[in-house]
Design a protein around this ligand. Structure first.
Ligand SMILES: [Fe+2]
Length: 476
């Protein structure tokens, strides 16, 4: 278990004025590299730079131009970004405060959480995450990515080689989604992760559960390691997952983006139009978007609701941990983004083939959710995703545990989940005539816009305790 509550330094309260990140420890970035000062914080950083030829002095000139535009246009405040100070003690209560923000599609930035600093060296990575120096890793390479029509942008190497290249100004790479063996998410983050809780509880309630899909485990906790000067272009995280990330060393300019018209969408075609103003993995700088910079320093934790568009500039060597999760508080955003991604996958990143299993478990174990504030739209989103898997995923993979039960002639938790879904539908949702899902051009009939709410509102809270009592009295 991560013992980061002991002897931890206090995170930075605020970034020191005039911080110069063109020098970082022993690393002095090339003098030929252009530098910028970021608004609101007076931090100077180097732009992406790898020395090239007289004809092309900077191989990463396109990345540099994009990040420069970012530095000239980002704002630093928005009503949909909420900063909180971590309060130790009651992690459930702290998680509840975050849930309120997730219901409103707000990004949360947490300051003041204890952390264990993890410098970007091979021995520190091994001691902190249990990743050996000799381990083979595959990094994404900014130089390969910059080539015209780049297809192969990855490089295989050892962890030692990756870390040693940190001070080499001819190499700019990153490692994404590395699993780690030693560090666990902080307790309040575990309290937010309803998918993880359902999976863990399922072992007590569904004894046939034997198989843990690797993609689900890997999505729950990962490590990010970046060389300085790497830019990650705009995307939202896949599978309708919410995401948390904590900086362990270095610094990131984490830019959250809202496309034009996003605040006023009134139907799914409005959402599509709004999101399609953003070009993914492109140096194109979309002007019709609001970009808010979060300057994340060691200890800071950023929590993004599902579908949050973001691009990230890492000016200096940086280590971070993070995880994806499903929350019952923002499943309406999960549903909307999974539906959008099926038709337009270019804005998202990884594939997570077994998430349907996680949603089924959340549905099947919903009756255990006592004392929770659950909203109509979030319940309807879960019901819709469980009952219509192919609306969200091209290939819904067979569940090995369910297949074993089928051979034995027994029912599985998917059947149970559908039964729970039906009961909830008839008890709560139909009575309130929310509707389910509509591809119509207007909001009528689409639960996402129930009672004229939009993407910043999870809708009315249901009388969950009464529904649960009726459900348990009648049986599924
Ligand atoms: Fe991301």
């Amino acid at each position: 278990m991560d013992d980061d509550s002991v002897n931890s330094p206090q995170p930075l309260e605020s970034i020191p004025d005039g911080l110069d990140l063109t020098v970082f420890g022993d690393i002095v970035y090339p003098k030929d590299a252009e530098t910028v000062i970021w608004p609101g914080v007076n931090i100077r950083t180097t732009l992406p730079f790898v020395a090239g030829s007289p004809a092309i002095p900077n191989i990463l000139f396109e990345d540099a131009a994009h990040v420069k535009k970012l530095s000239e246009t980002v704002q630093t405040e928005a009503s949909w970004i909420v900063e909180m100070r971590y309060e130790s003690g009651d992690d459930e209560e702290f998680a509840r405060r975050i849930r309120v923000e997730l219901c409103r599609n707000h990004v949360v930035v947490i300051k003041g959480h204890p952390f264990e600093p993890t410098p970007l060296t091979a021995s520190d990575i091994r001691k902190t995450f249990g990743i050996e120096e000799t381990r083979a890793v595959v990094s994404s390479d900014a130089i390969l990515r910059s080539k015209p029509n780049a297809q192969m942008i990855h490089v295989a190497q050892t962890m030692q080689e990756f870390c040693d290249a940190t001070a080499n100004h001819e190499i700019v790479r990153c490692l994404l989604d590395l699993p780690n063996s030693y560090v666990h998410p902080h307790r309040f983050l575990l309290a937010l992760d309803d998918g993880r809780k359902a999976r863990d509880q399922s072992k007590d309630y569904f004894h046939h559960r034997q198989y843990n899909p690797t993609d689900i485990d890997r999505a729950m906790l990962w490590t990010l390691i970046h060389h300085g000067m790497y830019h990650t272009y705009i995307h939202h995280d896949a599978a309708g997952y919410a995401t948390w990330v904590q900086i362990r060393s270095g610094m990131k300019v984490w830019v959250v983006v809202r496309p034009s018209g996003f605040e006023d969408v009134k139907c799914r075609s409005d959402i599509r139009r709004s999101l399609q103003t953003i070009a993914q993995d492109s140096i194109t700088f979309d002007k019709n978007a609001v970009r808010i910079a979060i300057y994340a320093t060691p200890g800071d934790i950023i929590i993004q609701p599902p579908g949050t568009l973001h691009e990230v500039y890492t000016p200096v060597p940086t280590v971070a941990i993070g995880g994806h999760f499903y929350s019952l508080d923002c499943l309406y955003l999960t549903e909307m983004n999974r539906h959008y991604d099926l038709d337009y996958p270019d804005l998202s990143n990884n594939d997570h083939p077994h998430v349907y299993q996680l949603l089924v478990l959340m549905m099947a174990l919903l009756p255990l959710q006592k004392g929770r504030q659950l909203s109509l739209k979030n319940l309807q989103a879960l019901v819709t995703m469980v009952k219509n898997p192919k609306r969200y995923q091209v290939n819904v993979l067979a569940d090995p545990d369910a297949m074993v039960l089928k051979i034995k002639g027994k029912f599985d938790d998917r059947v149970f989940a559908e039964t729970v879904a039906e009961a909830l539908l008839s008890d709560i949702i139909c009575k309130l005539t929310v509707g389910s899902f509509s591809k119509n051009k207007d909001r009528k009939g689409d639960y996402l816009f129930h009672q004229l709410t939009g993407l910043d509102n999870a809708g009315e809270i249901v009388d969950w305790e009464s529904a649960l009592a009726r459900f348990q009295a009648n049986g599924p």
